[in-house]
Design a protein around this ligand. Structure first.
Ligand code: XMP
Ligand code: MG
Length: 191
């Protein structure tokens, strides 16, 4: 049987690395949001692993909710078009909202979500992302909290996928070029 680990070219961040990041961020958030009840909004589906680990390190009263905003098709390039495919249940009016996201790339998705929360009347909107891919930023957006920088490589694992797969790798790794090539070959006649 083929292992999902075979799709990984090399590991970028181990489970220990990630644990250090969530611990540091959780401590900082606990300090910065002291005395507040935070509405933590996870961006589906990529953020769920990070969100769970981060929440366990936040010593604060938190509500949790989810939004799915998709700008990506099946591949590795953004389509640029953003739509809300799953909306929040919570009313964000007057709330301190913390958006949790797996990775910021061009910044389009995060900017869209932040603007949306402000439009809906949130009292404050900040974000906490695991990986900050600054090299590809095209949209100016403040990333208040992040785990670490990452280069211009397509990463998978710990919530992040390629064509829906590999989210359940417990670490973050770089995908093997062959996996992307094989996928492209299989789907070249799709459009
Ligand atoms: P933008 O460009 O709007 O994109 O900042 C953010 C969304 O794109 C996804 N993304 C990735 N997903 N590996 C992934 O699995 C990557 O290297 C990667 N880069 C961007 C991510 O889901 C994020 O929500
Ligand atoms: Mg995402």
């Amino acid at each position: 049987m083929k292992s999902i680990h075979d799709a990984v070219d090399h590991k970028l961040f181990s489970e220990e690395d990630i644990d250090e990041m969530t611990t540091r961020l959780g401590k900082q958030l606990t300090k910065d949001y002291a005395g507040k009840r935070v509405l933590v909004v996870g961006a589906l589906k990529g953020a769920i692993f990070f969100m769970v680990d981060l929440l366990k390190k936040m010593d604060l009263p938190c509500d949790i909710d989810f939004i799915d905003v998709s700008s990506y098709g099946n591949g590795t390039e953004s389509s640029g078009k953003i739509t809300v495919t799953h909306d929040l249940e919570a009313d964000v009016t007057g709330r301190d909202v913390l958006i949790v996201e797996d990775i910021v790339d061009t910044g389009l998705t995060l900017k869209f979500m932040k603007d949306e929360m402000i439009k809906r009347g949130a009292k404050s909107v900040k974000c906490c992302v695991l990986l900050n891919k600054t090299a590809r930023r095209t949209t100016e957006v403040e990333v208040e909290y992040y785990g670490t920088h990452v280069g211009n490589e397509f990463v998978i694992g710990y919530g992040m996928d390629f064509a829906g797969l590999y989210r359940n790798l417990p670490y973050v790794g770089v995908i093997k070029p062959q996996v992307v090539e094989e996928f492209s070959k299989k789907h070249e006649n799709d459009n």
